[in-house]
Each structure stands twice: as C-alpha cells, then as structure tokens.
Design a protein around this ligand. Structure first.
Ligand SMILES: *[C@@H]1O[C@H](CO)[C@@H](O)[C@H](O)[C@H]1NC(C)=O
Length: 460
C-alpha cells in the first residue's frame, strides 16, 4: 500500500463511501481524505440511533452475566462513567438526580428500562414500586474497586440509595464489572463506516502535517506541528481527546549541526526545531460522533539534493525498522483471540516476538467511546509482565482496539538502536473472527521534502 503521494485536491472533500464496500472484508484503504462531518443536528440523529440500539442490548448483557437489574444513579456534574455512553446527544450532563434502571427479564408487558430526572424523594418511591413488582434477586451497581468503567457510582449516591431503599434491597446489591465493560465496548452496525471516516481524516491530517506544506526544516518546531493539528481539528469541526504529540526520534544527519535529540535516553531539553535527516513521530487522535481514534506514525525529513546525493531517499535502516514493527503488529493481531485474557495475549505475543528475534514492547488498549476505552489491556509500557486486574479480563469479540507498540531496530547512521513506535486501530470482524485494520496501517514513511526540490511543486 502506498501512502506517500501528495494531495492534488483541495483540502476538503466529502468521501462517498459505498456501504457495501466499507463494511466488507475487501476494504482497501486508498487515499486518506478529510471527511466533512454532517451538521450537529444530523450527527445527533446518527448518535441517538446507535445509543438506542446499544441500550436495547442491555438485557442480553444482564442475562449473559446472570444479573436481574442494573441501576445507575447520579447527580448533576457527578455522573457515573457509563452515563456518557447512555446519554442522548442533546444531554450535556446529568440533571438533578438522574436514575437509570435496566431489567434483564421484565414481567410481560412492562418495559426493560426506566429513567428519572428528579430532585425529590419521589424518585425512590417510584423505584421501590418497580422493584417490588419486578422482584429482582440481584441489583448490579457500578462499585468495582478496580475498573473505572464499572466504578462510577459516587459514594454519596450509594449512601442515599441504601438509605432510601432499606436493607432488604441493599442486600441485593452486587458488583459485576463486566456489565459496564461490555456495554461501553458494545458497537452496532453503521458505526464502523463512520469510524473509518474518522480514521481517514486522522490520516489525512497526519499526511498534511508531515509534509512540506507545514514543515520547513530549520524553521518549524515540533510544537508548531502539534498546534497545526489542533487548528486543523478545529477548522474541520472535529475535537480530540489528547493534545497531539510530535517528537524528533533521532537524527540521521552525517554532520549534526544541532545535537542529536537521543530520545532513547530522554533529555530534559529535547531539540524541537525540525532539521533535515530527522526521524519524526506523531501520536494523534481525532474525536467526533462519540468515537475516538488513536494513531502513531513516522516521517522522515529528506535532505535537499546535492551533487553527492542527487535524489535523496529514505535510508534502508529506517525502512527495516518500520518493517520490523509491521511484523510485530501482525504478531499481536494474530494473537488477539477473544476469550483469552489480555495478559495471555501479551505473553503469547512477546514469546513469538522474541522467537522471531524482535525486541520491543506491546501496550494495546480498547478504543471507541473513550480513547482508552473499556476492556482488557494487552500490556502497558511499564507492565510487560502482565497488567493486574485489567489484563486478567477476557478479550471480547467486539469493538475496537488500538494496536500500540514499538520494535527496536539498529540504525547504522546513528550508531544505536532506535525504537520504531506505531499505533493503528483495528475492529473485530465477526465473520472471519479476526481483528482487521479500520483504515490501514503505515507501511511507508511520510516524507518531508525540501521546498524547491524538483518534482514536488507540480504535485501540490
Ligand atoms: C463547521 O461548522 C460550521 C458551523 O456549523 C459550518 O458553518 C462549517 O461549514 C463547518 N465546517 C466544516 C469544514 O465542516
């Protein structure tokens, strides 16, 4: 796959996806485009339809875990974490006391969900009436000590709830963390098509940021590139869930005019002005329609041509580093078997990685409703032996993951081992039982050429 061409188009283009193509296995990324978002009003319709479909699946999740009811209660600005996945597009916070009750198997003719927005004790009287009618034997609350998505019930709310319901009902409270995890991780048809558009936009933004349109070697700083990305998000009505991070990983300059940034040995004052021969890295995510992306890519600043190097190219050592990291991505992806714990997937992947003679680190996370979303973790940068609690959860066969990792590779020009960091998002394809790239994955460096070099201007 080639991703190194230059944009011939004006900046904004609406991508017209053919739903049958984008949903099928045969999806092949082409040129990433900036995708224009629908109006806020249209976005609300799309998001609310997804939320309703996901809520309709809650009884199935409750039945799966053998729990009769799931109760969330919160006050304005002290929301349960799950509130953000349950709310309608027009809700900006909980109001008063906002209470939501879901039933696994409601009595015939009664609804499976109830919600209240109230600031009087009536809410508890009505809740008690429903509990008395439905007579559940278990009431799941989000009170897990370890998992944020399953621990959103505030202590004051629990106290109020226990007091008003009384010991008879409080004795039925249970903590089943996987209910919230599975609900927040749940996805519905149609989301993938939009998730792909978000990825396309993220790639297009990286392509532009890592080009001579934005970077002038010797002038542009990594901060400039980060703020360019923030401005671009704003201009396209996207947001993000973290400030973009642009770094100079190392310099392959034969005669360094400025010190090698040596990020492998972190320096308190890393060089920020981008120079020819720099290996650049970006960690960037976009947010829209309640979805979040996470991408890490690499770029190389080509030196200008000179009599000794009339057509400068990407050094072989860098290409090898990227290829090695691509191989590690495939190792991890093929080990991501639903039903296994994140820790087992981590150890299986690390074993295979070492058997293939690769050194590196693996730290993959769920993504979707949140940048770091609900589900098991496959390593963390400081926890390559396994992640307590979160790593012990089973990998669900649904939702999106960020395959985040690095492989080490020797770079002759620098005389040291360099970490090649990559990150791409995958989705679970239930038909094949495999995790597939939502958009694609970086297999070639983004290239920053020198302004005035022959060949580049015509392409712009
Ligand atoms: C961003 O939103 C504004 C206000 O709705 C709209 O006028 C503008 O066209 C949007 N821009 C893009 C690129 O979608």
């Amino acid at each position: 796959m080639l991703f190194t061409w230059k944009s011939k188009s004006i900046l904004l283009q609406l991508l017209l996806f053919d739903a049958t193509v984008t949903q099928s296995l045969s999806f092949k990324p082409t040129k990433p485009e900036f995708v224009i978002l629908p109006t806020l009003r249209e976005q609300a319709v799309i998001q609310d339809s997804w939320t309703e479909q996901r809520k309709a699946n809650i009884p199935n999740i409750l039945n799966e875990y053998g729990v009769d009811t799931w109760l969330m209660t919160q006050r304005e600005y002290a929301e349960d974490t799950v509130f953000w996945s349950l709310k309608s597009a027009k809700q900006f916070s909980a109001r008063r006391r906002t209470l939501q009750l879901f039933l696994a198997s409601p009595k015939p003719g009664t609804p499976y969900s109830y919600s209240w927005i109230d600031n009087t004790p009536t809410v508890y009287t009505e809740l008690l009436a429903i509990l008395t009618t439905q007579n559940p034997s278990t009431i799941a609350l989000n009170i897990s000590p370890d998992i944020s998505f399953s621990s959103g019930l505030h202590v004051g709310e629990l106290t109020s709830l226990s007091t008003h319901l009384g010991p008879q009902w409080a004795s039925k409270f249970v903590s089943v963390p996987m209910i919230a995890v599975e609900f927040v991780a749940s996805k519905v048809p149609g989301q993938l098509e939009w998730y792909r558009k978000l990825q396309s936009t993220a790639w297009a933004m990286i392509e532009e940021a890592f080009s001579e349109k934005v970077i002038t070697p010797g002038v542009t700083t990594t901060d400039d590139v980060e703020w360019h990305l923030r401005s671009k998000l704003l201009a396209l009505n996207y947001t993000t869930w973290f400030h973009p991070d642009v770094t100079i990983l190392t310099s392959l300059s034969p005669t360094p005019s400025t010190p090698n940034p040596h990020p492998q040995k972190p320096s308190p004052h890393p060089r920020k002005t981008i120079q020819h021969h720099d290996l650049l890295h970006v960690d960037f995510g976009v947010s829209a329609l309640g979805l979040n992306t996470d991408t890490q890519h690499l770029a190389y600043v080509l030196p200008p041509s000179s009599p000794s190097t009339p057509s400068p190219s990407i050094p072989t050592s860098l290409k090898k580093g990227l290829q090695t990291t691509n191989r590690l991505q495939d190792i991890v992806r093929s080990n991501m078997l639903p039903g296994l714990s994140g820790n087992t997937i981590l150890s299986n992947s690390l074993t295979q990685m070492h058997a293939e003679g690769i050194n590196g680190k693996i730290y993959c996370h769920p993504i979707g409703d949140w940048g770091h979303s609900a589900g098991t973790l496959i390593g963390m940068t400081n926890l390559q032996e396994g992640v307590p609690v979160l790593g012990d959860l089973e990998l669900l066969g649904e939702g999106y993951y960020s395959v985040e990792l690095y492989a080490e590779s020797w770079v002759e020009e620098v005389g040291e081992v360099v970490n090649f960091y990559l990150e791409e998002d995958v989705y679970y394809d239930a038909e094949t039982g495999t995790w597939e790239w939502v958009w694609g994955r970086q297999e070639e460096f983004w290239v920053i050429r020198s302004v005035g070099e022959e060949g580049w201007q015509e392409e712009l």
